[in-house]
Each structure stands twice: as C-alpha cells, then as structure tokens.
Design a protein around this ligand. Sequence first.
Ligand SMILES: NC(=O)c1ccc[n+]([C@@H]2O[C@H](COP(=O)([O-])OP(=O)(O)OC[C@H]3O[C@@H](n4cnc5c(N)ncnc54)[C@H](O)[C@@H]3O)[C@@H](O)[C@H]2O)c1
Length: 439
Amino acid sequence: MRIAIVGSGYVGLVSGACFADFGHDVCCIDKDPAKIDRLTAGIMPIYEPGLAELVGNNVRAERLTFTTDLAEGIKDAEAIFIAVGTPSRRGDGHADLSFVHAVAEEVGRNLLRPAVIVTKSTVPVGTGDEVERIIEDTGTMVHFAVASNPEFLREGAAIGDFKRPDRIVVGTEDEWARQIMNEVYRPLFLNRSPILFTSRRSAELIKYAANAFLATKITFINEIADLCENVGADVQDVARGMGMDNRIGAKFLHAGPGYGGSCFPKDTLALLKTAEDFGSPTRIVDAVVRVNESRKRAMGRKVIEALSSACNGGAVRGKRVAMLGLTFKPNTDDMRDAPSLSIAQTLLDAGLDVTAYDPEGMELAGPMLPDVAMCNSAYEAITGADAVVIVTEWDSFRALDLKKVASLVRTPVLVDLRNVYDPAEAKALGFHYVSVGRS
Ligand SMILES: NC(=O)c1ccc[n+]([C@@H]2O[C@H](COP(=O)([O-])OP(=O)(O)OC[C@H]3O[C@@H](n4cnc5c(N)ncnc54)[C@H](O)[C@@H]3O)[C@@H](O)[C@H]2O)c1
C-alpha cells in the first residue's frame, strides 16, 4: 500500500519508518527543508533509540522517501496521515489546530486520486468533521474519507510501541476507509494487536481520555508521595502494594517531579477546554492540571530547602546546584514542558548558580535555559556543586559512582527526584539525601 505522512516529527517519522518496515511504500513529508535535508542525508532530526537504523534500512530498501513537496508526496497515496503538531494555543490552552487545518487544505487542493485522510495528530473532538469540511471547501472532485487514528507511542520506546501496540484505535463511519485502515495495519494482526473500530468522535476522545487518565495516575501518586513524607511511609512500597492489584496496575505509579513532555500537559489542558465548551466540566482533570503545575516549582523549593538545611538553615544565595537530566524523561531529547525548566528557574530565582548535564537533551535545552551552565559530563556538572539533583532517570545516572560524586561535590547534598538511589547507601556515604516520598 502507498502511504503519505504529512509532518515528519516524533510521530510522523516513527510511523513512516514503521509502516515502511511493514512493507508499505511510504513518503514522509515535512515543510521544514532543513529536516528533510537531514533525513535525506541519513541524519535523524530527533533522538529516538533504533530510529536511525530503521530509517536507513527502509530508505535502502526503497520503501521510504522524504520530500518537502506535499503535492508530489501524496500523488499516489491511498492513505494520507496528518501527523503535524497540535501545541497549546497561546493564551487559552485550546489545541492549536492551525497546522492540521493548513495540511487539510493543501491536501484537498492537491488530491489526484481517491484517498483516506487520517488524523494521527492528537486533535479535539470534532476536528475530523472540520478536516472533512476544509477538504470539501477546496472544491476537490476526488473521492475521499476522513478517519481518526490517534497515536499512543511513547518517546524513548516509540518503535516498540508502534510495532507492538496495546491497541490500534480507528474512528470512521465509512466502510471503504475501514478497509483501507485494515490494510494499513494488516501486518500488525500477525502480532495479534487488537484493532478497535469506533466512531470518529469516540476515537478522538479516546486519546484525550487515555492521556488524562495517565496524567491523573501520576499526579495521584505524587500527592501520596507528599503524604508519605509527612506520615513516615515509603511511597515506593505504597505504589508496589497498590500496583499489585490488577484493577490498578503498577504502571504510572512512580512518584517524581510532575509530568511534562510533549503530550500530557497540552492534552490535559485541551481536554479541559473541550469539556468546558461542551458544558461538561472535567473537575478531576482540572485538579490534576493545577496540582501538577504547582509541583514543578515545589520541586525547586525542595532542593533549596535541602541545601539550606544542610547548611544549618543558612542562606543559599550564590551556592551551586548541579542538575542531572533535563529532558522530561530518559531516552529522548524532547524538552517540551520538561519539569527541569521550572525547577531550574526556581533555583535561578533564588540566586543559585546552576550547572547541568543531559546525555541527549542539551542541544535543545541550551537556548531554553540560557542562564544554566551546560557541562560535558555528569561528573563535570557535579564538581564543586553544593547540591546534586537527579531530575531525569537516565540509566547512566543510576550507575553513577556515588563515592566519586561525594569526593567531587563541595557540600554532599543529593536530591533524588526520581528515587533511583538507595537512601541507606547514600546516607552511609555522608550525603544529606532527600528523595520523593521516602522518609
Ligand atoms: N511526541 C509524542 O510522543 C506523541 C505521541 C502521541 C501523539 N502525539 C501527537 O502527534 C502530533 C505530532 O507530534 P510530534 O511530537 O510528532 O510533533 P513534532 O513537532 O515533532 O512534529 C511535527 C512536524 O510537522 C511539521 N509540519 C507542521 N506543519 C506542516 C505542514 N503544513 N506540512 C508539512 N509538515 C508540517 C513540522 O515541521 C514538524 O516537523 C501531535 O498532535 C502530538 O500531540 C505525539
């Protein structure tokens, strides 16, 4: 099957490479010429484990091509996926659909053969109707249908998630679109991935409801972690005890500095706006958004308190904090809405100097954190620091030699916002050790 993907970012590029790997003939389109030039030269525009190899293999097999020319890219396609960004609209938090609408219009103007237009971008309920209207308004005489196929991959594990998804959700009321989508995902039936066909509106809402639920789970355990600190319990034991219950499940019960990234913050906000517009306020999600937002700066204050208490309540201004990890989670270079941004700002606002190291995120983080000194290694960031903060749980930080860390810092304060170290070991090495929800 011939497939076009419009938007070659985290979702578009991974989807395109995986579809090609299934044996489809795929063209990935992006309006950013620098991105397409890099892809054509075999250079990945993002960090995602395994992606360079997958893209390389499928380009060599002539199943995967790249272009900035949408008309050329879609001309033979039977399925055209829209995978452009839907960031929060400045000012009101609604999903900004201008990129999706622009693609719909361009597709309509350039459609040469019957095709199913599939929104893979995360879009609010009713966007499929709008995409259909925009394409009709271009006056195209070519037969088309619009389907919704939200994407659930996780950055850092994107290829595995795409190839072995828990489920594939397809929203369409059109029998022909259903057949095309069955054909697109047929290779996955061999992996026994369930495909859920539903209405377009239900598919659109499934994505937001799923993300809001996961964000709620994270926020729930974060509040329980705060309670653990105050009552002398251990949140990791509490989470394990909860997660062993199959009705609850162990995933997304890791206490930390609050959720961030390219999806949860904007998608929870967009759901609130949709719910408001349709007169069904989602009060639980509203609380989740507010609790999570305040948590990020609270984590900065937690570092300041730890430092101050290690200095017997003394002033912290002018002291130096080393932040290990900047991306919102490990195995990605994505800095969108990363908690590190608020944490660093809180530390800078308190007059602290901040050094940082991240294995993959520093190129994107540098311009976002101009007052933070970026270092070439974790040990360089740590040297002479008055406090070390684990912000992102990269494997390389789990394996840090804590003895060496203790010998390099000026004051042995270790704030472990991801609970990766053994408190007893850290304390035995003389650290003033502070975790999340473990007393
Ligand atoms: N990143 C994730 O983990 C993830 C997971 C599931 C769903 N999603 C959703 O998928 C969508 C895409 O997210 P992303 O992270 O891949 O975004 P991204 O910003 O990495 O990529 C979007 C790409 O679209 C391109 N683009 C914008 N307008 C275009 C146009 N008119 N023509 C061609 N290309 C255009 C941009 O240049 C960019 O390369 C969003 O709606 C997001 O919410 C993302």
